[in-house]
Design a protein around this ligand. Structure first.
Ligand SMILES: NC(=O)c1ccc[n+]([C@@H]2O[C@H](COP(=O)([O-])OP(=O)(O)OC[C@H]3O[C@@H](n4cnc5c(N)ncnc54)[C@H](O)[C@@H]3O)[C@@H](O)[C@H]2O)c1
Ligand SMILES: NC(=O)c1ccc[n+]([C@@H]2O[C@H](COP(=O)([O-])OP(=O)(O)OC[C@H]3O[C@@H](n4cnc5c(N)ncnc54)[C@H](O)[C@@H]3O)[C@@H](O)[C@H]2O)c1
Lengths: 208, 208
């Protein structure tokens, strides 16, 4: 079982390799990678060794090769289709963010229950469907990840609809604990908790 | 040095106590708290013991007391003023989110460089100022936390302006590594990395 701390590091390594590849660098050692991006060389070797043999003795890593392997490990070698539940303030901001598409995540659709939103779209043209259409649309097209951006009281029922539609990965923004079956991966982002951890440091007079 | 994992748990305990207080519960043991909210009783005792003597032998914790102590530890016993750099898609969605105010975070102002935005406000009435006014406004009013919601190439210069204005805690949404001096606490939320960790689980066929 690979921890989220590990997958977050893999994402960081991928960004570094994207930069090196764009700069035309062919090979790099774990030592040089660590120094250039302020990482830990031993941790890089340990993380990568878990997934296979990528380094070449005396050479280091081939940048293009390692980048392709990391994209495969993270599942980014295919186009991931994301749907957003809730076409409100947050849902619409996420829908129109060009950064997701650049990293291989396509925002396929928004879903809502408000009649005045259904049938319209975000400023960037992502369509807003009736959430009752989620299941038939999910059967027709493949949806890999669902983002939950509905008010807290609606979150659990909406998550149940997402799971019933066969979606196995959920990024949740609504506060409160959600229940999902074992085969579904749920990641919650609680922005208030992030603010509270900053407030803690201010209150304790601690430094970063 | 208290880790972010610990402060995140303190936030979770505070939410549990808010719920118990609202339900009129007077006292609770660490055991009952763990069972009711699916937490770990030993971890609760260890976390709280670090900050002081809160439990009473044979009784457990007084709910109102512990809630007040946790708010104090997290620095929520005073009103925290937050400013948002970048009145774009994300900045405006964050500015109008009522959940922050409910938890004690007041969104005081937005700052931007675009002339067509300066002098206006978010839908909820948060004013948009010229970022060149940040330093004089920060001297007049207290700003505790700055949120960074500007495009990546502008993030480091904007962070430098925030630090020059005397703000010591930063919640950053723009991708890429930012440099801050030791006395400033920086927390970055990278939504693409969150999506990549979900993609990893889908690719590995693992379960949560
Ligand atoms: N806006 C933010 O910056 C922010 C920050 C942190 C957390 N959140 C959380 O994100 C969620 C969304 O916040 P928001 O500010 O966008 O709220 P919002 O009220 O602007 O939007 C919510 C949308 O969800 C829709 N909706 C309600 N019930 C639904 C259902 N059963 N099925 C489908 N759609 C439904 C509504 O019609 C509305 O369009 C909330 O849970 C909030 O706590 C938002
Ligand atoms: N929108 C999202 O859902 C989302 C998701 C993840 C990450 N992000 C990150 O958040 C940031 C903002 O994203 P967005 O979608 O809101 O972008 P946006 O382009 O909609 O808004 C950016 C705003 O920043 C302002 N700005 C630019 N330079 C500035 C400067 N020097 N000082 C003050 N203001 C300045 C612009 O005028 C604009 O109003 C980006 O770094 C993006 O990568 C956004």
């Amino acid at each position: 079982q690979v921890s989220e701390l590990t997958t977050n590091r893999l994402s960081v390594y991928l960004r570094c390799l994207n930069e090196l590849d764009a700069a035309g660098v062919q090979t790099i050692s774990s030592q040089a990678l660590a120094e250039q991006f302020r990482l830990n060389a031993a941790q890089i070797r340990k993380d990568l060794a878990y997934f296979g043999e990528f380094g070449v003795r005396g050479v280091g890593y081939y940048v293009k090769d390692l980048r392709r392997h990391l994209r495969q490990i993270l599942g980014l070698d295919r186009r991931l289709r994301v749907v957003i539940m809730g076409a409100g303030n947050l849902g619409l901001a996420l829908a129109d963010y060009p950064g997701f598409r650049q990293e291989g995540f396509e925002i396929a659709a928004l879903f809502d229950i408000a009649n005045e939103k259904i049938g319209h779209g975000s400023r960037g043209g992502v369509p807003i469907h009736d959430i009752r259409e989620l299941k038939p649309l999910a059967r027709r097209d493949r949806f890999d990840i669902a983002v939950i951006a509905v008010p807290a009281p609606h979150a659990q029922p909406v998550v149940d609809q997402v799971i019933a539609a066969g979606i196995k990965a959920i990024l949740n923004f609504s506060p409160g604990a959600l229940k999902v079956p074992a085969e579904v991966k749920l990641k919650s982002v609680d922005l208030t908790v992030s603010l509270e951890s900053l407030s803690f440091y201010l209150a304790q007079g601690e430094t970063g």
